[in-house]
Design a protein around this ligand. Structure first.
Ligand SMILES: Cc1cc2nc3c(=O)[nH]c(=O)nc-3n(C[C@H](O)[C@H](O)[C@H](O)COP(=O)(O)OP(=O)(O)OC[C@H]3O[C@@H](n4cnc5c(N)ncnc54)[C@H](O)[C@@H]3O)c2cc1C
Length: 440
C-alpha cells in the first residue's frame, strides 16, 4: 500500500486494490473528470471531504474559478474508507483538555463548532441528491476500566450550555442496553451524532461540487510546486497549471514532495477496519448493539465499532506501522482477536472485509487551518476524526483564503507544530505499539 513517509510522490490511482466494504456496496456518481486546464484562480489539491468542501464553497459562495485535483479518484484517501462515524469532535483533545489549555469559554465555543460541523454535513446530505444512509445515532465513549469511566463521568456537566448533549451511561444502564460487551464500566453518550456511508458522502459532495461548477481532475499526482511574482505553478500528472492560490487538502496522504515542510508537521498513521459476517437477529439482540450506537473505548490505542444496517459489525483500530505491512494476515488476525475479545459470546467473527487508510496525527492532537506560505493554505491533523470536522474545515479553509472571518478558535489561529525529530516518528510509534501489547 502507498506509504506517505516512504514515497517522494503519491502514485496515480494509489487506491486501486483497496477492497473496502464501502467500495463493494456503494454506487458512486460519474466523476466527469476533465483534462488539466492550464490556468485557474484557485487549485485545490486532494478530493476528500476537506478539498471537496473547500472547492464547493469557493465556486458556490465566492464565485471563483476552482480546479480540484486528486492523484487518485474522488475520495481516494480516507474519505471513502473510514468508519462513517459522524462525530461531534476532532483531534484527540477532550472538553477538559480544551478547558485547561484555553479556558471554559473557548472550550464551550469549540464544542459548538463541533455541533456546527455535524449540522454542516447534514445540510449537505439534504441538499445533495445522493443518498448517504445517514442514521441519527449516539456517540458512546465507553470506559475500558473503572478509572477511565469515572473521568468520563466527571466531564459530563461541562457540556451544559453547549449545543451538545452529554448523558452519563451508568455501568448498570450499559449492562442493560449493551449486554454483549466484555467491559461494563459505563460511559458518556453524546449527541448530535450520526452513522453514515462515508463513500456515499463523498459521492454527495461530488454531486454538489459538480452543481457548483468545480472543475475536477483525477489521476493527476501533484509533484512540483513553484512560486513567482504572486503566481503558483504546479506540475500535476506531468502537466503544468498556474494559479493565484493553492489549497493543500491532502491530510494523511501527503507525500514528501512537493511540500516537504508540511510533511514534517503531521504524522501519517494507519487505521484499519474489519467488517464481520452479518449477525443473526438473535445475536444482535444478545449483544444489544444497534445501528444507532457509535462506540469508541478509552484506551490510548482505542477500538471503535458500530452495527451496519445489514447486520455486520464494523470494527476499527490501529493498523500496521508501515504501508507495506497494511494488508498482512497478522494485522487482520490481530483485529479479529480484538473483536472477539470485545464480544466474547459471539463466535466465528472472522473478517469478510479488511482494509486500512492513513490518518494525519498532529503533534499536539489538534488540527489546524493555516497558511504555510504566501498564497498557500492548508487544513490537516484531524487525528482520525474528520468526517464531520474535515467537511466544515474545508469550508473554513475557503473562507480563510478569501480573507473572510472565521470563528475565533484555536484551530484557526496557529500553524501545526513541527515534529522535532520527524525521522523518529515511526520508531516512537513502533515502541508505543509494543508497550500496548503488555497493557490490559
Ligand atoms: C480507517 C479509517 C477510519 C476512520 N474513521 C473515521 C470515522 O468513523 N469518523 C471520523 O470522523 N473520521 C474517521 N476517519 C478520519 C477521516 O476519514 C478523515 O479525517 C477525513 O476523511 C480526512 O479527509 P481529507 O479530505 O482531509 O483527507 P483524505 O480523504 O485522506 O484525502 C486526501 C486526498 O489527497 C490526495 N492527495 C494527496 N497528495 C496528493 C498530491 N500530491 N497530488 C494530488 N492528490 C493528492 C489523496 O489521493 C486523497 O484523495 C477515519 C480514517 C481512517 C483511515
Amino acid at each position: 500500500m502507498y506509504d506517505p513517509l516512504k514515497s517522494r510522490d503519491i502514485p496515480a490511482f494509489h487506491e486501486f486494490g483497496i477492497a473496502s466494504y464501502w467500495a463493494a456496496v456503494t454506487p458512486f456518481p460519474d466523476t466527469n473528470a476533465v483534462a488539466l486546464p492550464r490556468k485557474a484562480e484557485v487549485v485545490v489539491i486532494g478530493a476528500g471531504y476537506t478539498g471537496l468542501n473547500a472547492a464547493i464553497e469557493i465556486a458556490q459562495q465566492q464565485h471563483r474559478e476552482v480546479v480540484l485535483i486528486d492523484a487518485g479518484g474522488v475520495g481516494a484517501g480516507a474519505s471513502s474508507r473510514n468508519a462513517g462515524f459522524l462525530l461531534p469532535g476532532t483531534g484527540r483533545l477532550s472538553y477538559g483538555d480544551y478547558a485547561s489549555k484555553f479556558g471554559d469559554d473557548v472550550a464551550h465555543a469549540v464544542q459548538n463548532e463541533f455541533a456546527n460541523s455535524i449540522a454542516h454535513v447534514k445540510n449537505a446530505v439534504e441538499t445533495s441528491d445522493w443518498p448517504c444512509e445517514l442514521i441519527e445515532a449516539r456517540y458512546l465513549r465507553l470506559g475500558h476500566n473503572a478509572k477511565a469511566a469515572a473521568t468520563l463521568q466527571q466531564h459530563q456537566p461541562a457540556y451544559a450550555n453547549t449545543l451538545l448533549t452529554a448523558q452519563w451511561l451508568s455501568p448498570e444502564a450499559q449492562q442493560a442496553q449493551l449486554p454483549g460487551l466484555k467491559w461494563q464500566h459505563g460511559g458518556l453518550s453524546l449527541t448530535p451524532a450520526a452513522a453514515l456511508n462515508p463513500r456515499a458522502l463523498t459521492g454527495a459532495y461530488l454531486r454538489l461540487a459538480q452543481r457548483a461548477g468545480v472543475t475536477i481532475v483525477t489521476g493527476h499526482p501533484v509533484t512540483e510546486w513553484g512560486q513567482s511574482v504572486g503566481k503558483h505553478t504546479l506540475i500535476a500528472g506531468g502537466h503544468e497549471i498556474q494559479c493565484d492560490q493553492v489549497l493543500v487538502c491532502t491530510n494523511g496522504y501527503l507525500p514528501q514532495q512537493p511540500f516537504p515542510e508540511l510533511s514534517t508537521r503531521q504524522f501519517p498513521v494507519l487505521s484499519s477496519i474489519l467488517v464481520s459476517r452479518p449477525l443473526s437477529a438473535a445475536e444482535q439482540q444478545h449483544c444489544g448493539l444497534t445501528v444507532n450506537d457509535l462506540v469508541m473505548d478509552t484506551r490510548t490505542l482505542k477500538y471503535y465499532y458500530r452495527l451496519l444496517p445489514d447486520g455486520r459489525i464494523l470494527f476499527g483500530g490501529r493498523g500496521a506501522v508501515e504501508g507495506k505491512h497494511a494488508d498482512d494476515a497478522a494485522q487482520k488476525q490481530r483485529m479479529e482477536k480484538a473483536l472477539a475479545a470485545t464480544f466474547p459470546d459471539l463466535s466465528d467473527l472472522h473478517a469478510d472485509y479488511f482494509w486500512s487508510g492513513w490518518i494525519s496525527v498532529a503533534l499536539d492532537s489538534m488540527p489546524r487551518i493555516y497558511s504555510p506560505a504566501n498564497g498557500v493554505y492548508t487544513s490537516s491533523g484531524y487525528c482520525g476524526a474528520g468526517v464531520a470536522f474535515a467537511s466544515l474545515a474545508g469550508k473554513r479553509l475557503a473562507q480563510y483564503c478569501n480573507g473572510e472571518a472565521v470563528p475565533d478558535l484555536p484551530f484557526y489561529q496557529s500553524e501545526l507544530p513541527r515534529y522535532p525529530f520527524a525521522a523518529a516518528r515511526r520508531i516512537a510509534l513502533r515502541a508505543m505499539y509494543s508497550i500496548d501489547r503488555f497493557r490490559k
